[in-house]
Design a protein around this ligand. Structure first.
Ligand code: ATP
Length: 333
C-alpha cells in the first residue's frame, strides 16, 4: 500500500480533527502518502482533495468541527455516483480509504465497495453514539459535557424561580446523550426513545410525576430531559401540552447544534487518536470492510454491517438507576 485517503462524512463531531491528525501522523510514520477528500463523499465525486502532511495537522487536536469539512451527498448514493467515486479513487492512485462518520457513512462505504476494489476502513465519528461494536463514538463524550454545561445553567435559573424546564437534547433516534445528560445533571425525568419503542410518553403520567415531585419537595425546580425526535413537535409542543392541562408554567429549551461543536474533551481526543492510528495499522495489514472500534480498552475490528444491524443498547445499569434509584417520586410511593 502506498496511498492512503481519508474523509469525514455526515454530522460533524468533536474529535474528528484528532482522528485526522492521528491518521496523518501514523500514515507518515509508516511512509505512506496521505490525502484528504473535502466535503465528505462530495469530495470523491468532485475530485476535491489535498495532500496532508504532518505540518497540516499541527494544532488541530483541540479544535471542533473537521478541517476536511463534512457534508451529506445524495449523488453518491446512486450506482452512477459510486462508480464515479470508484473511478476517481483509481485515478488518484488510492489504495485505502478511511471514512470517519456515522452509520450512514458506513452504508456508503459498503455501497462504494461494490464498485471499488481498494480497502475501506471506517471510524465511528458521531455525537449520537448509536453505532454497534464500540463502547463510544468520537464526539459523544464532548456532546454530553456540552449538554450538561447548559443543563446545569438552566438548573440555576430553574431553581431560583422554582420552574419546570423541558430540555431537548440531540441523539437522532438514540437516547445515549439524553440518558448520560440526565444522570449527570440530576434531572427529575428523562424521556428516551428506547423507553418508548412502540408508544409515546403519556402526558397525564408526566404531569402526575411533576405534581408528585412538587408535593414531596414543595415548589421546586424540575428538569425533564427529552431526546429529539421522540415527541412530535418536540419539547416545545410537550411543554405547551403540560401548560395547557395544568396551568403549570413549563419552559422548553432546545439545545440544538451547540452539542455538535466545541473543543473535544480528553476522552474524545484519546479515542480518536487510538482509532486513527489503529486504522492505519489495520490498512497496512490489508484489512477492509470494517469499522475500528474500542471495547473494554481493546481495539476491535467490526464488519460494517454489524455496526447498524440492530439498535445499540443503552447501558442497562445506568437506565435502572435513573429510572428507579434516583426517582424521588417512584421511591416515595
Ligand atoms: P450522523 O449519524 O452523525 O449524521 P451519518 O454518517 O449517519 O452521520 P448520513 O447523512 O446518514 O450521516 O450519511 C452520510 C452520507 O453517507 C450520506 O449523505 C450519503 O452520501 C451516504 N449514505 C448514507 N446512507 C447511504 C446508503 N444507504 N447507501 C449509500 N450511501 C449512503
Amino acid at each position: 500500500m502506498k496511498r492512503l485517503a481519508l474523509l469525514t462524512s455526515g454530522g460533524d463531531a468533536p474529535g474528528m480533527n484528532a482522528a485526522i491528525r492521528a491518521i496523518v501522523l501514523a500514515g507518515h510514520y509508516f511512509g505512506l502518502d496521505v490525502i484528504g477528500y473535502r466535503h465528505g463523499f462530495n469530495g470523491l465525486l468532485e475530485q476535491e482533495y489535498q495532500t496532508l502532511m504532518p505540518s497540516d495537522v499541527n494544532n488541530i487536536i483541540q479544535r471542533g468541527g473537521t478541517i476536511l469539512k463534512s457534508a451529506r451527498c445524495k449523488a453518491f448514493t446512486t450506482e452512477e455516483g459510486a462508480r464515479q467515486a470508484a473511478d476517481n479513487l483509481q485515478q488518484a492512485g488510492v489504495d485505502t480509504l478511511i471514512i470517519i462518520g456515522g452509520d450512514g457513512s458506513f452504508r456508503g462505504a459498503v455501497h462504494l465497495s461494490n464498485f471499488w476494489s481498494g480497502s475501506i476502513i471506517g471510524l465511528p465519528g458521531t455525537i449520537d453514539n448509536d453505532i454497534n461494536g464500540t463502547d463510544a463514538t468520537i464526539g459523544y463524550y464532548t456532546a454530553i459535557d456540552t449538554a450538561l454545561e447548559s443543563i446545569d445553567k438552566v438548573r440555576d435559573t430553574a431553581d431560583a424561580f422554582e420552574r419546570i424546564f423541558l430540555i431537548e437534547v440531540m441523539g437522532r433516534h438514540a437516547g445515549f446523550i439524553g440518558l448520560s445528560a440526565a444522570v449527570c445533571s440530576g434531572a427529575e425525568q428523562v424521556l428516551l426513545p428506547e423507553l418508548y419503542p412502540n408508544s409515546q410518553p403519556d402526558v397525564e403520567e408526566l404531569v402526575g410525576h411533576i405534581q408528585k415531585a412538587q408535593q414531596i419537595r414543595g415548589k421546586c425546580s424540575y428538569i425533564m430531559v427529552i431526546s429529539e425526535n421522540l415527541w412530535p413537535g418536540g419539547a416545545t409542543d410537550l411543554a405547551n401540552q403540560i401548560n395547557a392541562r395544568t396551568g403549570i408554567d413549563c419552559r422548553p429549551v432546545i439545545l440544538g447544534h451547540v452539542q455538535r461543536g466545541g473543543s473535544p474533551v480528553s476522552l474524545d481526543r484519546m479515542l480518536a487518536s487510538k482509532l486513527g492510528a489503529y486504522a492505519v495499522e489495520a490498512a497496512l495489514k490489508g484489512r477492509t470492510g470494517i469499522m475500528i472500534g474500542e471495547c473494554n480498552q481493546r481495539m476491535v475490528e467490526v464488519p460494517f454491517e454489524q455496526t447498524w444491524n440492530k439498535p445499540k443498547e443503552l447501558d442497562p445499569y445506568l437506565v435502572r438507576i435513573q429510572q428507579e434509584v434516583f426517582d424521588l417520586v417512584k421511591n416515595s410511593a
